[in-house]
Design a protein around this ligand. Sequence first.
Ligand code: ZN
Length: 579
Amino acid sequence: MSYLALYRKYRPITFDEVVGQDSITRILKNQIKYNRVGHAYLFSGIRGTGKTSLAKIFAKAINCPNGVDGNPCNCCDVCLKIDRPGVMDIIEIDGASNRGVDEIREIRERIKYPPTVGQYKVYIIDEVHMLTKEAFNALLKTLEEPPEHAVFILATTEPNKCPVTILSRCQRYEIRPIPKTLIIEQMKRICQDLNVTMTEESFDFIASRGENSMRDALSLLDQIVDLKDEAGNVLFTDLLAFTGMADKMQIYRLVKQIISADSIGVLTHLREFVSDGKDSVLLMDQLIEYLRAILITKTTKETAKEILLCSSEDLGHYIELSELLNFDTLYMMISQLIDEKNKLKYSSLQGIIVEMALLNLCLRDQIQKNVKTMELTTQKESLKKEIPQSVQINPKEVALKPDHQVNVSEKKTVVQENKNPYESVGQEVIKPNKASDELPDMTNFDSSAAAQDEPSTEPQKSKNSGNTRHDEMKLFKLLCDEISKTNSGQAMFLKRGEPSLEDNDHLTIIYSTENKNFFHFVNKPELVKSFEAVLNHKTGKKITVSVKLEEENFTKLDIVEKTLRIVNNEAVKIIKNED
Ligand SMILES: [Zn+2]
């Protein structure tokens, strides 16, 4: 006998065996018990959750004369006939490959003939959203006036692509994604049946990979069970090696390195992964899952263990790491990795993209720390201003400043374009060779951009592009400073933008495409409103605020350009960082 895939072998044959859809099966059973069967049903939901299984059980149950509590008996003459391939009364159509009007017309032709086996003729159209417009129109005519003996069951993963006229003629059932716990229970039953033993960790791992789809989980299990040894045991390490995934301990160490901005450690670790045969694309998935677990732990504290179904050891790690990160950074890291993961699908340079994505996370973390240092310095500066000026001003320093300013801006144009002053300030701060003054550029920036009441800054004023530039920087800094008092994360994201002031009453904050994650974070109506309120409060004027993303469309670049762009940017940053 040919091998039957686990998903088919353990396919439910009664409503009671269907996993995770209790309310829907109860409704369908009651309709059968009380003779309230309709003419058209639509089952929608993600792949592998049992839409066609439900349709097949329903088709059998409405025809079975010996049904038990709405379930088909599966042993009467009718049930057995329906199980045979090619039975005329149950017609299964794959909407993806029979999408034309001719197929639907054929259905209309044949539907008038009465059923031969049971009471109903059932048409199951899978992936119905794939039908053409003409086919939908033909189907609609049939649905409008179906013969007494006809029942249509339409199944789809994308109900939004079906015409409303079709949807409104169907009883609609949303098939829920199957909870991980139920998938694990089902896998345990199957493994017991197959005399295979696995650890909880392995079950959890496979169920997670299935992403709430029983079919996907069982397809993976199908391969995994063959890894068993003589005694029927499947080792977790074998499972990881087979799937090309890293174990949680490795992910924990990697995340820790990312948090501590250990770029070299991260690169070394990545190289080890690849030489161990690990899949760098799956690594992105694992990292996203891990960071999500940290976020959930940070949010839910003790209850995280039940939500994540994790071991005490893992929970300990999540708690440890959640204390090192704030919410904003966690959100930013996750959304950035998801973004990068989407790029992977269409790229032949996956290894490089993963490498760059992780390095970027390391660097962003550093930038955040720098911004914090910068905020501290700003506070120090404002304290200094309260001390009499004669003590503070050093004529030598004043004389040096213009040169230094030119120097910095030259460096900026050579190394990085489109950067705002905050960022270059941030990167200058961490340079170890500036020993004479802890934060020289910060002082410089602060005086040129904001502290115009200091006499020492007069020479630089002429270097600014004009009053508007000066005003917009001043206003923007005022805003950033105020926001950072209540939410340093928000302020950090805000500072990644470039201000532009129009008519003295409208401030636009523009983000370059490489900062689009920050743009998405900041561009929320409630945040923009709070910015306006702050400016109103601080200036006494009504200033409107808007947030914009720079025009360049990264997604439209070809893959070589994309990679070059990523590699160039990052390579420059790394060199700059470590000099
Ligand atoms: Zn039966």
